[in-house]
Ligand binder design. Structure first.
Ligand SMILES: [Ca+2]
Length: 202
């Protein structure tokens, strides 16, 4: 491949890839109280035991993978506890105007005692970014894990990330939430030019 073509490919790849540093604390729910093997643990709004996350609404549940299979690790988080919808949120330290890759996995509870899909909203920086909606998983050990990924800008130096159930018990379950900074295209281009310059001098 011609050197210029290689260089353009390097630029294209660097613009669209994150740098691998996840700024979400405990995005996989592996830290904190966990849940008994094969069971779940209910956490009421205001409970401070789940590192990184503020629990709101009514309550949420931490599920052990023996209860509903986690996307990875031992635990996932059910956005609605035994009754009414709950929520989780986290304030991320961001660079104003920076670009980030938001990625997570979601599934619907296999227990689904009402018509329609399990649903939740996703918000970023206080604005609703999307609606998560899935039919019930086929079984507790056959969860319909679905990937969500988007590149998005940060509005300020602190950006709230929030997930809010809009259906009651038997709702959306989350795992492996990450937000990774995307290197600025200008920075990649400067590094590349510096590299080309040093090769020419040799
Ligand atoms: Ca997990």
């Amino acid at each position: 491949m011609h050197n210029l073509a290689k260089s353009l490919l390097v630029i294209a790849l660097s613009v669209s890839s994150a740098n691998g540093v996840n700024i979400v604390v405990n995005g996989g729910f592996e830290s904190g109280p966990g849940a008994p093997a094969g069971g779940f643990r209910n956490l009421l709004a205001g409970d401070l035991s789940l590192p990184g996350w503020t629990i709101g609404g009514d309550s949420v549940d931490i599920h052990h993978t023996g209860h509903t299979n986690a996307h990875s690790g031992l635990y996932s988080l059910d956005l609605a506890g035994p009754d009414l919808p709950g929520s989780i949120s986290q304030d991320l330290i961001t660079v104003a105007g920076g670009q980030y890759i938001l990625s997570f996995w979601y599934a619907a509870h296999a227990y689904h005692p009402y018509p329609g899909n399990a649903m939740a909203t996703l918000s970023w920086g206080g604005s609703q970014l999307g609606v998560l909606s899935l039919p019930a998983s086929p079984a507790f050990q056959a969860m319909n894990w679905t990937h969500y990924q988007i590149q998005i800008g940060s509005p300020g130096t602190s950006t709230s990330l929030a997930f809010t159930a809009t259906t009651p018990n038997g709702s959306i379950i989350l795992d492996d939430i990450s937000v990774e900074p995307v290197p600025a295209p200008g920075a990649s281009l400067l590094l590349l030019m510096a590299g080309l310059g040093s090769r020419r001098r040799r």
